[in-house]
Design a protein around this ligand. Structure first.
Ligand code: MG
Length: 376
């Protein structure tokens, strides 16, 4: 193959991206400048860097909502991440946004989750309350900028400004919303995809695990409508097939609504660049009507699934273990890996212990608890 047959990222993006997409060559760059190649754009590089981190691999052992001892059907933090990336790419591509940036942001969005999901996050936040607290969104930046080392000359992944900025908007959503400029459209696509994904798959997992039935979920308008479509398309299908078809329909309805609503907005305002789309405050959101139905479903999931007695027990046990481990490592610093003892001299012992615990998978966390602190 001669080099003239190779398409550069600039040529490819010029041919397919909308004017309001964030082009790779217009990235504000990286903290530590690096050489570039014509066939691989900056965001494609970020995406690959994220996938190659140990923090990304460990998402496989971190719970989304349900823990490993509840079976092996449900989503883990890693499979959730892939579902978000897949949905976000569909939306990003249909809107002619930068799919590489969308994918990098999606694969990165939950990388900072500690063991045991939001329960683990709350426990660490409490332990670190007088030291600045803990948030998984903030921790993702610590992973990207400090903990993951790939290069001898500087710490971190040296991700592009856009990926880091996108993650920063997740840290304080109300602060981000009050900014004069909205987030990049690619950032908003990932946010929307995250919400569409967990509404659908938490419903699916909860039904499969028997925490709620499909009849319970029919009290939510969005599920009721999805069920009506499924029933008119399939007759005589078994409950398992019906459940999957309803979940598929939940996603389809949300994505279609989001694309119709957003493409209409973009057609009306016609932003000429990514910067102009931000200044215009264009929002990638579903229609008002669908937002209401999503809220209803989310309220149901909150009450009936996330606060289900089975989950409450698992969560409080996990939180208690994390607390014991946090205080245990503070008292017995010699048990910390050398790397985190060294890190304590830079960021303080409490923060370093928090960073160490946050990086653990659920199973490793349990294992370390039993090995080091169970009899304490
Ligand atoms: Mg997520």
């Amino acid at each position: 193959m001669t080099s003239s047959l190779l398409q550069s990222t600039i040529e490819r993006e010029a041919a397919i991206l909308a004017p309001y997409a964030q082009a790779s060559h217009q990235s504000r760059g990286r903290k530590h400048p690096e050489s570039t190649v014509s066939y691989r754009g900056a965001f494609q590089r970020d995406r690959d860097r994220i996938v190659h981190t140990s923090a990304f691999r460990r998402l496989n052992g971190k719970m989304q909502v349900f823990t490993g001892d509840m079976g092996d059907y449900h989503r883990t933090r890693l499979t959730h991440t892939h579902e978000v990336a897949s949905l976000a790419r569909t939306v990003g591509r249909a809107l002619r946004l930068n799919e590489d940036l969308v994918e990098a942001l999606a694969l990165f969005h939950d990388i900072g989750h500690p063991p045991f999901g939001h329960a683990g996050e709350d426990a660490l936040d409490e332990c670190l309350a007088t030291f600045g607290g803990f948030s998984h969104n903030q921790y993702a930046l610590v992973i990207a900028e400090q903990l993951e080392g790939r290069y001898p000359s500087f710490p971190g992944l040296n991700l592009t400004y856009e990926v880091l900025e996108g993650q920063k908007t997740r840290i304080d959503k109300s602060a981000a919303a009050s900014q004069a400029e909205g987030p990049l459209l690619e950032v908003q696509v990932v946010e929307a995809a995250d919400s569409m994904t967990y509404d659908a798959h938490d419903s699916d997992d909860a039904m499969k695990l028997g925490l709620v039935t499909i009849d319970d979920l029919l009290s939510c308008t969005l599920v009721k409508e999805a069920m009506a479509t499924v029933k008119s398309n399939y007759t005589g299908a078994n409950r398992d097939v019906i459940r999957k078809a309803v979940v598929h329909e939940l996603l389809y309805r949300q994505v279609t609504d989001l694309l119709e609503t957003t493409s209409q907005r973009l057609a009306e305002l016609q932003p000429k660049s990514a910067a102009e789309a931000r200044r215009m405050g264009i929002l990638i959101q579903p229609s008002q009507e669908l937002s209401e139905k999503k809220k209803e479903l989310e309220a149901f999931l909150y009450q009936r699934v996330y606060r289900h007695p089975k989950l409450v027990v698992v969560r409080s046990l996990a939180q208690e273990r994390l607390r014991v481990m946090f205080h245990g490592f503070l008292e017995r610093v010699e048990l910390l890996p050398e790397r985190y003892r060294m890190r304590a001299t830079e960021v303080g012992l409490e923060r370093s212990v928090g960073d160490y615990l946050a990086g653990m998978t659920d199973r490793y966390c349990d294992q370390q608890f039993h090995q080091l602190f169970a009899s304490a």
